[in-house]
Design a binder for this molecule. Sequence first.
Ligand SMILES: [Zn+2]
Length: 406
Amino acid sequence: MPTGRADHNLIKRLNSALILNNLLSVSPQSRANLAERTGLNRSTVSSLVSDLIDQALVREVGLAGASERGRPGMMLELNPTGGCIVGVEINVGYATVLVTDFTARTLWRQHIEVDEDIPQDEFLALVEDLIAAGLQAGTANGLKPLGIGLGLPGLIDTENKRLVFAPNLGWRDVSFCDRWEQRFRVPLYVENDGNASALGEYYFGVAKGHEDFLFIATGTGLSAGMMLNNHLYRGAGGYAGEIGHIIVESGGDLCNCGRRGCWETLVSPPAIMRGILHALNSGAPSIIPDLVGDNLDRLNMRVVVEAADQGDQLALDTLLDTALNLGVGIANLVNIFNPAMIVLGGTLISAGDYLLPTISNIITAEALSAPAGMVALALSSQGTDSCVKGAVALVIDGIVREPVFT
Ligand SMILES: [Zn+2]
């Protein structure tokens, strides 16, 4: 049974989390305003704020303007100098390390590209050198390290901070807890790329303020980060959101997971490229070979979009097919989750202008009208940095949900 003291600490942590979360979404605010928005009484807010100021997580920024009712109050905001955060993305062929202050403003950034078949230990050693340099850059600014967030494509055991399996990296069973917590001695948070990206959009992006939304990550495959009732939904083992492997075509194309007819075999960028190469081999007329100087190894989403911009029928038809297949799957997700927003992120955002109108029409036509009428469709606002910004958000999320008083 918890002791009274433990109960008191838990309540204090939860209430402090309420205040930090509020300041993260609306800033600056007065103590009176915070009391109104959180439902806590004024003396509780004052006492918690005073502790948060002592922890350097919150700071005062002058008196309220004329718009505040009654006596002007001292305004509060999150303190950028509360500490530094290191966000890390490891993905196929590249890694990005970002160092930010407590309000997620970028202080330092490094991006490396590596051969796709680089040995795991060699790749991790490069990333670890970058983290060490990033931590040094953060602390050189006088900021104490608050944590490291890591986003990577694959199945993650978040509790034990362990990568279980990343098929596209070819990695199995990597314990980041052992490798990084012991070496860097700061709290570590590990998530898959879809979940990390969803959190980034929730705190800093287009989904800010939305309690229920889905982030659809498109890259080598297709996965979803699901923010439900203000929490990432991870499932019993942390493996939820593998929407790319919903079977949509019995006996269809072979998927990387070993099954046939998975949704991602129809709509992922590699599937789009396969479709175009197949059509070109069958003699379909297109300007795509000209755009890549007859070297089809250079075919990528940018080329497909450029061809579509120039009216190329093969590119336009391919993007339309992709949008139709994405739309049907998304309409099903709308029926299941009733999200307020669907955010499309990753490689396909460059084709967003071609995809979104059709996806929107399919949702209207195929999903039940009540949830279809409520859902907004948006492109990720973080571009290619959505995962690494999300990794920063993992650390902020950990702190604002469970502030620890020392
Ligand atoms: Zn599959």
